[in-house]
Design a protein around this ligand. Structure first.
Ligand code: PMP
Ligand code: GLN
Length: 381
C-alpha cells in the first residue's frame, strides 16, 4: 500500500466496538448515543423517503438544509451566512475535515493540531501530504498553552486545526484561549479549520463561542459541525461547513470528488431539526450533564482520578490511582476482566507520554447502562 497509509491501521473505534460485541461488554468506547432522537427527526426522514427524496441532492446540499444551517448560525451565534455561497453540506464532519485539509494544505505544509486529537485528523493531514505538528493539552486541566502554540508556528505552517468542545478531553476552550488562537492565525496569516461538532454539548452554564465570531476570523475560518451529536443520529453522517464564499468554494471543489453528495432523505429532516425550539437544545444539555455527573461520580468512587469535562460526551480518567500505568493495556484487559469497553487516550497523541495513563469513557448512554458499567467495574478490585 501507499506510504500515506503507514501508521493508520484500523481505527481504535472499530477495534474497540468489535471487542465490545465479541465480549458482550458495555460499550463506553466509541461515542454514539444508545437512543435515537428526536422522534420528529426520524419521522421526517421516513416521510422524505416516501416523498421521493432518494436521488442525488444538489452538490452543496438541499436548499432547505443550507438555509437551516445559516439560520442556526444566526440564531445561536449571530453569524450571517449566505446559504447559496457560504454553506456546504458534507458527509459528516469527517468528510468536511478531510475536504478542508485537501483544499488548503500543500504537500509539506504543517498543520498544527491540539493533541490529543480525533483520529481522522492524522489521516486527513496525511492524505493531503501535510505534516502534523501537535500542541499538547495536558492533564488534568487540558488548558491550551498559548506560548507553546506560538512556538509551534514555522514558515511552513499553513493551518491551525482546532476542536472545541474537544474530543477526547472534554475541554471547552476559554475566551482567552480562543483570542490567542485568533491572534496567532492573523499574525501568521493561517487558515483555521475549526471542528465544532460538540457545539451544543456544553455544561455548567458555559457557552460555546465559535472561532468564526472573533474579529478578523471570518475570511480565514472553515467552521465545521454535524447533526450526529446534536440530534443523536451519528450514523446519518450529515455534516456541514460554513465560511466565506471563497473558503466554501475551495472545500466544495475537493468534496465534490470525494462523495459528490449524500444523505438525500436525511437532509430535509435535519433542516427541520435545526429549527427545533430552545427547549430541545436545553434538554439535551441538561440530560447529558446529569449523565456526565453519574459516570464521573461513579468512576471517582471506584478510585479513578476523574477529569470532569465541560463539554462533549466523554469523561477522562487517570488510571494510576488504581495501580495501572498503561491505558492501552488497561483497555485491552477491561472487556475480559470487567465486561466494559473504554478508549485509551494514547492513540490520539504523537508524543508517547502524556496520554499513557489516560482512559476515555463515553456517557451518552441510558443511566441504567452507565450504572451497569459501574457495577461491572467493581470486578476490577
Ligand atoms: N470530529 C470530532 C471531534 C468527533 O468526535 C467526531 C465524532 N465522531 C467527528 C468529528 C466526526 O463527525 P461525523 O460523524 O459527523 O463525521
Ligand atoms: N467521534 C466518536 C468518538 O470519538 C466516534 C468516532 C468513530 O467511530 N469514528 O468516539
Amino acid at each position: 500500500h501507499a506510504e500515506r497509509l503507514d501508521g493508520l491501521g484500523t481505527t481504535i473505534f472499530a477495534e474497540m466496538s468489535a471487542l465490545a460485541v465479541a465480549t458482550g461488554s458495555v460499550n463506553l468506547g466509541q461515542g454514539f448515543p444508545d437512543r435515537d432522537g428526536p422522534d420528529s427527526l426520524l419521522a421526517d426522514a421516513i416521510a422524505a423517503i416516501r416523498a421521493g427524496a432518494n436521488q442525488y441532492p444538489p452538490a452543496r446540499g438541499v436548499p432547505a438544509l443550507r438555509q437551516a444551517i445559516a439560520d442556526h448560525q444566526k440564531r445561536f451565534y449571530d453569524l450571517t451566512y449566505d446559504p447559496d455561497t457560504e454553506v456546504l453540506v458534507t458527509t459528516g464532519a469527517t468528510e468536511a475535515i478531510a475536504a478542508a485539509l485537501l483544499a488548503f494544505v500543500e504537500p509539506g505544509d504543517e498543520v498544527i493540531a491540539l493533541e490529543p486529537y480525533y483520529d481522522s485528523y492524522a489521516a486527513g493531514i496525511a492524505f493531503a501530504g501535510g505534516r502534523r505538528v501537535p500542541v499538547t493539552l495536558r492533564a488534568p486541566s487540558y488548558r491550551l498553552d498559548l506560548d507553546e502554540l506560538r512556538a509551534a508556528v514555522t514558515p511552513r505552517t499553513k493551518v491551525l486545526l482546532i476542536n472545541s468542545p474537544h474530543n477526547p478531553t472534554g475541554t471547552v476552550l476559554t475566551d482567552d484561549e480562543l483570542r490567542g488562537i485568533c491572534a496567532v492565525a492573523i499574525e501568521h496569516d493561517l487558515v483555521v479549520i475549526t471542528d465544532e461538532v460538540y457545539e451544543h454539548l456544553v455544561y455548567d452554564g458555559l457557552e460555546h463561542r465559535p472561532l468564526a465570531s472573533y474579529d478578523g476570523m471570518a475570511e480565514r475560518t472553515v467552521s465545521i459541525s454535524s447533526a450526529g451529536k446534536t440530534f443523536a443520529v451519528t450514523g446519518w453522517k450529515i455534516g456541514w461547513v460554513t465560511g466565506s464564499a471563497e473558503v466554501v468554494t475551495a472545500v466544495t471543489t475537493a468534496k465534490q470528488f470525494l462523495t459528490f453528495t449524500s444523505g438525500a432523505p436525511f437532509q430535509p429532516a435535519v433542516a427541520n431539526a435545526l429549527a427545533l425550539g430552545n427547549d430541545y437544545f436545553d434538554a439535551l444539555r441538561a440530560d447529558l450533564q446529569s449523565r456526565r455527573d453519574l459516570l464521573s461520580n461513579g468512576l471517582a468512587d471506584l478510585g479513578f482520578e476523574v477529569h470532569r469535562p465541560a463539554g462533549t460526551y466523554f469523561v477522562t480518567t487517570d488510571i494510576r490511582p488504581l495501580g495501572h500505568t498503561d491505558g492501552i493495556a488497561f483497555c485491552r484487559m477491561l472487556p475480559e476482566r470487567a465486561g466494559v469497553v473504554a478508549i485509551p487516550h494514547q492513540v490520539f497523541y504523537d508524543h508517547p507520554d502524556p496520554g499513557r495513563p489516560l482512559v476515555r469513557w463515553a456517557f451518552c448512554k441510558q443511566p441504567e447502562v452507565l450504572e451497569e458499567a459501574l457495577a461491572r467495574l467493581t470486578k476490577l478490585f
